[in-house]
Design a protein around this ligand. Sequence first.
Ligand code: SF4
Length: 385
Amino acid sequence: MRDGMNFFVQRNGLRDLHEKVVAGGRIDESEALRLFESKDLNALGALADLVNQRKNGRRASYIINRYINYSNYCILSCQFCSFARKRRDADGFQLSLEEIVQKAREALALGITELHIVGGLHPSLPFSYYTDMLRALGALDPRLQLKCFTAIEILHLAWQAKKTVPETLAELKSAGLVSLTGGGAEIFRPEVRSAIARGKESAAEYLDVHRQWHRLGGRSTCTMLFGHVESLADRVDHLRQLRELQDETRGFVGFVPLPYQPENNNIPVTTSPTGFDSLRTLAVSRIYLDNFDHLTAYWVGMGLKLAQVALSYGADDLHGTILEEHIFHMAGATSPQGQTEAALVKAIREAGRSPVQRNTFYEPVKVWREAVAGATDPVAEPLTA
Ligand code: SF4
């Protein structure tokens, strides 16, 4: 395997980077750009896989979770967004706390360990709506982990409630919030941000919300929306800023690159990233973000088939069962609304990895037996970790 990788690396002039990464060195931004510009996807993937296996062995994880969008009303109109609605729109919605609790109850019966809850920047819901929601959900089952709100939602809640960001985060934490979501990072460079998400918070504001949350002892994930108007250098700049904050706080538990979806929005890019682009972005991210433990292949955006392949290109996680996804599907994603645990386990096993059900912090909940040679049942007896 090593020899084969060396062959590819020599052929494409990446030998110095290969040797640096194998020796445990950290690549810089110009080197990350060189990796992005390489056309030898297999060499890139092999190097990313080496980095991944050093951190995670042959384990690959998934989570049993449910998405809930409490509302799609939003005071902003980001050009790339297909989800947000105004009050005048017939397909706007806002869930009551009772409706949210009912969805959570049904999902708990299916074995979820996490609720992932985000919405638009609602024009009028009081701060108590959010804290009451967290408390009501936490009361259903103390083991349920509540991963909620993007950085821009936190800024919006703080602004509406006339609180500081640390006060807002502390109150949400005491109401039961365990993790922020990573959504809303998009691409940090201001020119790109203005072209796809005018009016949204700046990179500095996004990063500072996560910094403040990490300082409170909280953990979160982070994202990058790629494959629209940004350049490869813009992606590297984005990754640089995430790596720098991670050096400072160590508060990110994972990174989730999000492939752009092209429908029902106002930016003139009509295709989503190709398989090549998706895999190289995962691979370069895995190599460059040496201070991140986990990298998720988001099946909602790339499809489960390509996400499965990504397990050999640096990813060690397939995200979750989700059950009801709206944001990517309103933007044209053709993947199903959810996945069964059996489908995720099968995808991981077929890729030669050992499936692990994880919690919100990527800690093991259930470790599956290695598949028995010749076994045809993908859902064999689990071991409890
Ligand atoms: S991306 Fe978020 S903030 Fe922007 S319009 Fe959509 S829901 Fe609102």
